[in-house]
Design a protein around this ligand. Structure first.
Ligand SMILES: *[C@@H]1O[C@H](CO)[C@@H](O)[C@H](O)[C@H]1NC(C)=O
Ligand SMILES: *[C@@H]1O[C@H](CO)[C@@H](O)[C@H](O)[C@H]1NC(C)=O
Ligand SMILES: *[C@@H]1O[C@H](CO)[C@@H](O)[C@H](O)[C@H]1NC(C)=O
Ligand SMILES: *[C@@H]1O[C@H](CO)[C@@H](O)[C@H](O)[C@H]1NC(C)=O
Ligand SMILES: *[C@@H]1O[C@H](CO)[C@@H](O)[C@H](O)[C@H]1NC(C)=O
Ligand SMILES: *[C@@H]1O[C@H](CO)[C@@H](O)[C@H](O)[C@H]1NC(C)=O
Ligand SMILES: *[C@@H]1O[C@H](CO)[C@@H](O)[C@H](O)[C@H]1NC(C)=O
Ligand SMILES: *[C@@H]1O[C@H](CO)[C@@H](O)[C@H](O)[C@H]1NC(C)=O
Ligand SMILES: *[C@@H]1O[C@H](CO)[C@@H](O)[C@H](O)[C@H]1NC(C)=O
Ligand SMILES: *[C@@H]1O[C@H](CO)[C@@H](O)[C@H](O)[C@H]1NC(C)=O
Ligand SMILES: [Cu+2]
Length: 579
């Protein structure tokens, strides 16, 4: 559970720290002590036993969860990925801005073609102006079920946190485990058109915890001494489920999210959508004992099946006054919100503020309204029924503005954009829904089937963008964690029902909204985000529930180069995988 500085894993075959030269960067600040971290990530099948059964899980360097990357703001990462597994793979450094280095962003067929079995690719990028907790994960099929790890970004050397230095720090990675090969699960669903099988467990740092069978031995334990403060870096790395997280008898002070600091607030429960991170401080000020920390689903879709199990780890005071019976009494269990407690989820996401007044983009150049939701594809009557095992002989789908996103297969979008290769995508992603309707009402069945396409939306360098994300109740309404690559955005408002431009603009927070990379779009509601298109490249915006990505819940922004080298996408790396 401990983390050391810089090169955390002893298993890295190489880990050099090079002194950065006196380089002048775009922001005009020189970092004499910025470092370059070199890592080897070997993707390989590894025997992992959970829930009484051993599976050949795909891991990085045989570790599950994968190695923690521990860096300082301003550092450079050079990660050489070698694919020794039997699946295509790519890596995404979730939340890293990737200024001018879109080639290192990772979503397959968006910024690169997959690293094939036997292949390799070196990701190079610098952390610029981000501090807190991010993470990395595979961005190909469902590999990220087991291929993920924490990315911790500390303040520059010599600088400190904007809060008292905690006595300890530990990442808390919430995950999701199938008692099956996750790739088989998604392939089966793709074949049948039905929803994929739900998971069998959630995990904390890779362990389900002792409420599950055969899971007592590995349960994650976080040891503490009385009177300390502990920084928990909570990451929702689950594939398909928003999660509530709480610790018995301990309150959280939230200090950061998605590698930006926030105005501290206290709460006894967190809700994170997949992709989101939350940094919290806790105090070990309770009677010495063992306290469960626990996570379970926030399941907002009515009637849809979900994994309703509970994962636990143990916050264990070192000074428990007991002898032989010490381990026999059960840890103290917290109360978790009800699975459908949207009120608690919403109260939590609305508590976030930036620490101080920030510069929110105004004078918007691009004002987009994007509907987000599920759908059903009708099948030709009687034919190919095996492919149409969704509701009433349909196939599940999902869309943004009625376009279900299809990945290209012969070129990555970034390569096609950079080299001007025609026929790979079209630039007609609509800025508004083609049909206006009561998005959160009883939607006519005639509107449920989207079109399919590889449509992008073009943004001029430097344009100020507002996106109103509007959930729909097509098939079923549901909370969607919407993630934008290459950017952080301000969340200036959210609400329930249909967004009303006449009245809801009054709710915009243009003073101190939180800066994030993943927004929880409320079930049957809306969220408004703003950002400046200052990073050239091809950037996917998608639901971070992998089940929904597969159904097409994504769109892509193509951001043009600006003027001069500092506003221009770098040249592609020479080892960039091609299709
Ligand atoms: C999905 O669940 C069904 C029903 O339990 C089972 O028969 C099937 O084998 C599962 N699929 C996979 C890929 O595990
Ligand atoms: C756990 O083990 C018990 C006792 O062996 C068994 O009855 C139960 O079905 C198991 N639960 C699961 C989820 O496998
Ligand atoms: C979880 O779902 C199963 C199957 O639907 C049900 O039997 C069980 O009672 C549920 N458990 C909880 C804690 O809701
Ligand atoms: C309690 O459990 C820990 C491991 O969880 C073990 O190291 C220790 O020996 C146990 N103590 C007793 C008294 O059984
Ligand atoms: C939540 O689920 C409970 C049953 O588990 C139900 O009684 C309640 O009405 C639901 N609440 C909402 C807001 O859907
Ligand atoms: C499926 O068909 C039944 C019977 O016609 C109907 O009641 C139900 O609403 C349909 N479900 C969907 C998702 O279309
Ligand atoms: C790439 O694939 C698309 C769709 O299959 C096709 O229309 C296009 O012609 C292909 N482009 C090239 C350059 O091969
Ligand atoms: C939804 O609308 C359809 C017709 O468009 C109607 O048949 C159905 O009864 C409505 N359902 C509800 C719950 O209002
Ligand atoms: C989506 O487009 C299809 C095809 O044009 C149409 O049938 C459907 O009604 C549209 N749905 C919405 C929500 O715009
Ligand atoms: C793996 O990647 C290659 C190269 O892009 C592609 O042709 C192939 O279809 C991919 N395989 C799978 C199983 O997706
Ligand atoms: Cu979604």
């Amino acid at each position: 559970m401990e983390t050391s500085s810089n090169c955390i894993s002893k298993q890295f075959s190489t880990c050099f720290l090079l002194l950065g030269l006196m380089l002048l960067f775009a922001d005009g600040i020189s970092f004499a002590n910025a470092k370059t971290h070199h890592h080897n990530f070997v993707v390989q099948a590894t025997k992992v036993k959970r829930l009484c059964k051993t599976h050949n899980a795909i891991t990085v360097n045989g570790q599950f969860p994968g190695p923690t990357l521990d860096v300082n703001n301003g550092d450079t990462l050079v990660i050489n990925v070698v694919n020794k597994a039997r699946y295509n793979v790519t890596f995404h450094w979730h939340g890293v801005r990737q200024m001018r280095t879109a080639w290192a962003d990772g979503p397959e067929f968006i910024t690169q073609c997959p690293i094939r079995p036997g292949g390799s690719y070196t990701y190079r990028f610098r952390i610029q102006g981000q501090e807190g907790t991010l993470w990395w994960h595979a961005h190909s099929s469902w590999l990220r079920a087991t291929v993920y790890g924490a990315l911790i970004i500390r303040p520059r050397e010599g600088e400190s946190y904007p809060f008292a230095k905690p006595n300890h720090e530990t990442p808390i990675l919430l995950g999701e485990w199938w008692d099956a090969n996750p790739i088989d699960v998604i392939r089966e669903a793709t074949r049948t058109g039905a929803a994929p099988n739900i998971s069998n467990a959630y995990t904390i740092n890779g362990q389900p915890g002792d409420l599950y069978n055969c899971s007592i031995k590995g349960t994650t334990i976080v040891p503490v001494n009385s009177g300390e403060s502990i920084l928990l870096r909570v990451i929702n790395s689950a594939l398909n489920q928003q999660l509530f997280f709480t610790i018995a008898n301990h309150k959280f002070t939230v200090v950061g999210a998605d590698a930006s600091y926030v105005k501290p607030f206290t709460t006894s429960v967190l809700m994170l959508g997949p992709g989101q991170t939350t940094d919290v401080l806790i105090k070990s000020d309770q009677p010495p004992a063992r306290y469960y920390m626990a996570a379970r689903a926030y399941a907002s879709a009515q009637g849809a099946p979900f994994d309703n199990t509970t994962t636990t780890a143990i916050l264990k005071y070192n000074s428990i006054p007991c002898k032989s019976h010490c381990n026999s009494s059960k840890p103290i269990m917290p109360t978790l919100p009800a699975f459908n407690d949207t009120r608690t989820a919403s109260a939590f996401t609305k508590s976030f503020r930036s620490p101080r007044k920030v510069e929110v983009p105004t004078d918007i150049d691009e004002n987009l309204f994007i509907t987000v939701g599920l759908g059903l594809l009708n099948c030709p009557k009687g034919s190919r029924a095996r492919n149409c095992q969704g509701p009433n002989g349909t196939r599940f789908t999902a869309s943004m503005n009625n376009v279900s996103f299809i990945l290209p297969s012969n070129f990555s979008l970034l390569q096609a954009h950079h080299q001007g290769i025609p026929g790979v995508f079209t630039t007609d992603f609509p800025a508004a829904p083609p049909v206006k309707f009561d998005y959160t009402g009883n939607v006519s069945r005639s509107l449920w089937q989207p079109i399919r396409g590889t449509k992008v939306y073009n943004l001029k360098f430097g344009s100020k963008v507002q996106v109103v994300l509007q959930g729909t109740s097509i098939f079923t309404a549901e909370n969607h964690p919407i993630h934008l690559h290459g950017y952080d955005f301000y969340i200036i408002a959210e609400g329930f029902g249909n967004f009303n431009p006449k009245t809801d603009t009054a709710k915009f927070n243009l003073i101190d909204p939180p800066l994030r990379n993943t927004a929880s779009l409320p079930v049957n509601g809306w969220t408004v985000i703003r950002f400046v298109a200052d990073n050239p490249g091809v950037w996917i915006m998608h639901c971070h529930l992998d089940v929904h990505i597969g159904w097409g819940l994504a769109m892509v922004f193509v951001v043009d180069n600006g003027v001069g080298e500092l506003q221009t996408l770098d040249a592609p790396p020479t080892d960039l995988p091609v299709c």
